[in-house]
Design a protein around this ligand. Structure first.
Ligand code: PRX
Length: 648
């Protein structure tokens, strides 16, 4: 521990830089500084990169930009599943592994490109036979099993829009998402494995469907073999449908701007937003960044640990790598189950060469100690990645030393559900790395740090991170709420895309991300809105008012702390706190469970009625008011008020 503390000290003081290893640099996909050609414009650059895809019809214009709306590759037609499958099957890659899948219990399946192509074609036919047409929405609520990417690609093949709902979300959250988009079909499973336990997805799905009238059919994949309720006339087994399915389904010729998927993400209001991504720009953006940032080669075994239910899984487990013909490792379960060395065992077993994970995972690996990775041969690794939250320099160094053995560059990739693709990241063969910095914007991306009025802030000073120009994989709208899209992202700081993140740039122009500047909390790399959790809290019959804030956490980055006032005559007890936490889990999912609930007689508010979150944060982190126990007494409230009065 003492040694680690010294390491942090050292890091805070020095500005170390790690140049790319020469052998890596010599063979890297991104070699030419900037990747631009002499005199090339952003549009020309993206137009050139778009040629890495197969287009049924070439686009007329790379970009049409009518602020704040953008159309990329208008006039072009393509199909995402064709790009991820058919064109590889036509080459030697037909027998290359597309997906190496390992289940949590240790079972494994390898799907070659041809296998995956077959399954996707068949499942596309199944969807068609159930009446799914172009533009219909299909909800997918599956564990990390091969059926998940198969279902997504099958939707893409016939032009249906998929809406994947992370398997950790609750029935209520699934219901809200289905209703938000009016999905016609739900694809789920009899369950999944997580930390040795069975997650009952079908049960949740059944409860979600009580109140989701748009769903006509439910397709159930068999994973655990648990007995589940199958509603006659509504529920159908995946394997039975597939047994009778034809082997080929022609891919729809989609317009570049046709929607590919909707993925919900949390924002500053109580209701998650359905982020809409379209086909052409999204695929160009994810395929291009996968090629240059992950340096994908045909020999690689690439493992991104994100669940496909999040944007990282969409862009960098499914679409980006498969569009590049890569071999993708997909793992069902928890990274530390049954032992803290599960990840290292998987890397050794399959010879993983590229490993992309989240800082929260790295910090929990650190906690279990370097002896776990030391037991395994990690020499196959050549590149590491990080995503989801700022990586602290200490975790960066640990990752670099104990996992990469000082040989592997680390790409710290900054992006969002809304951006669709990585926007700020090192290029592993070109960029000297600084621990804790996401380094520089990707070629073609113009990022800046500005103040409230959109004026640039000087180097070294913190401000709002904005993007100044459109990029191909940018979200196009919020499903059903185009005004909210314009207001939230483009009207906050007029002229620019507002990311909601704070950042600063150092003297070398490197970007250092500072976390969210809005009411979004990042728990273990998962985004949650404070309002969303507050809505779940006040939904409990005993709760009158609630205020949610984040507290720093060693492993998770941030955790949720809730301040709650109770209705008249309700007793504040530890048992009630537990029940209220459980209620949040039921409304959203386990990821939203508050770490602590503080009962108070009143919430500190400004005269205009705004809750003073900063004050609550001080209370929660024990700063202003010293130690407080789970049950805050009225004196604490008095102190809260006094602190407020002193400040006002
Ligand atoms: O705050 C930033 C943080 O995660 C947010 C986006 O969350 P989400 O849409 O769920 O997508 C996560 C995966 C792309 C951002 O606004 N974030 C993501 N990557 C980084 C990051 N913060 C710092 N450094 C990163 N590399």
């Amino acid at each position: 521990m003492g040694k680690d503390a010294r390491t942090i000290e050292a890091l805070l003081k020095e500005n170390r830089s790690f140049p790319p290893p020469p052998a890596f640099a010599a063979a890297a996909n991104a070699r030419d500084n900037d990747l631009y050609r002499e005199g090339e414009s952003t549009e020309e650059f993206w137009g050139r990169e778009a040629a890495r895809l197969h287009w049924f019809r070439r686009w007329d214009r790379v970009l049409e930009w009518d602020y704040p709306l953008a159309w990329w590759f208008n006039g072009g037609t393509l199909n995402a599943s064709y790009n991820c499958l058919d064109r590889h099957v036509e080459t030697w890659r037909r027998n290359k592994a597309a997906i190496i899948w390992e289940g949590e219990p240790g079972d494994a399946v390898v799907l070659t490109y041809r296998d995956l192509y077959r399954e996707v074609n068949k499942f596309a036919a199944v969807l068609r036979s159930l009446g799914v047409k172009r533009d219909d929405r299909v909800a997918i609520y599956l564990p990390m099993i091969p059926e998940l990417p198969i279902a997504m690609l099958a939707c893409a093949r016939i032009g249906a829009v998929h809406n994947v709902v992370f398997g950790g979300f609750s029935a209520a959250a699934l219901r809200d998402r289905i209703n938000d988009i009016g999905a016609k079909i739900l694809i789920t499973a009899d369950g999944g494995f997580r930390k040795g336990r069975i997650v009952g997805l079908k049960e949740s799905a059944d409860s979600a469907l009580d109140g989701a009238p748009s769903i006509e059919r439910v397709i159930v994949a068999k994973r655990t073999g648990e007995r589940v309720n199958m509603q006659p006339g509504r529920d159908l087994w995946w394997h039975e449908l597939m047994a009778a399915a034809p082997l080929y389904t022609p891919p729809e010729h989609m317009e570049a701007e046709d929607p590919l998927f909707i993925l919900h993400t949390s924002g500053t209001t109580g209701k998650p937003k359905g982020v809409v991504h379209t086909t052409g720009g999204y695929l160009v953006g994810t395929a291009t960044t996968s090629h240059y940032i992950f340096d994908l080669k045909d020999e690689d075994v690439y493992w991104c640990t994100a669940d496909i239910g999040w944007i990282t899984g969409h862009s960098y487990v499914v679409y980006g790598p498969l569009a590049n013909g890569a071999t993708v490792l997909m793992y069902e379960g928890s990274l530390d189950y049954p032992q803290p060395d599960r990840s290292w065992q998987i890397i050794e077993k399959y010879g993983v060469t590229i490993f992309y994970t989240a800082p929260t995972a790295i910090r929990s690996f650190m906690r279990s100690g370097p002896s776990y990775p030391a037991r395994h041969d990690l020499s196959s690794l050549r590149l590491l990645g990080s995503v989801g939250e700022p990586i602290n320099p200490e975790a960066w160094m640990w990752y670099y030393n104990y996992i990469g053995h000082r040989r592997c560059p680390i790409v710290d990739t900054w992006w969002q559900t809304e951006t669709g693709m990585i926007l700020i990241s090192p290029l592993p063969g070109l960029t000297p790395l600084k621990p804790g910095s996401a380094c520089r914007p990707f070629p073609g991306i113009e990022a800046a740090i500005v103040d409230e009025r959109g004026e640039p802030v000087p180097r070294g000073k913190g401000g709002y991170l904005v993007i100044k120009k459109p990029w191909p994989a940018m979200m196009r709208t919020i499903f059903g709420d185009p005004d909210r899209y314009v207001n939230q992202y483009w009207n906050r700081i007029p002229g620019y895309y507002f990311t909601g993140d704070g950042a600063r740039q150092d003297e070398d122009g490197y970007f250092w991300l500072l976390g969210r500047v809005d009411d979004v909390i990042n728990v273990s790399g998962h985004r949650l809105g404070t309002m969303e959790v507050e809505s779940a809290l006040v939904d409990h019959p005993d709760v009158a008012e609630a205020a949610v804030i984040s507290r720093e956490h060693e492993i998770k980055g941030q955790t949720i702390v809730a301040f709650v006032t109770l209705k008249d005559n309700v007793q504040a007890t530890p048992e009630l706190a537990r029940k209220i936490k459980e209620h949040v889990v039921e409304k959203i999912g386990a990821l939203a469970r508050p770490d602590d609930i503080f009962f108070t007689a009143e919430l500190p508010k400004t005269r205009s009625g705004k809750i003073m979150r900063r004050l609550l944060r001080d209370v929660a982190e024990g700063r202003a008011l010293g130690d407080i126990s789970t049950l805050a007494d009225p004196a604490t409230v008095a102190k809260l008020k006094k602190a407020y009065a002193d400040e006002a």
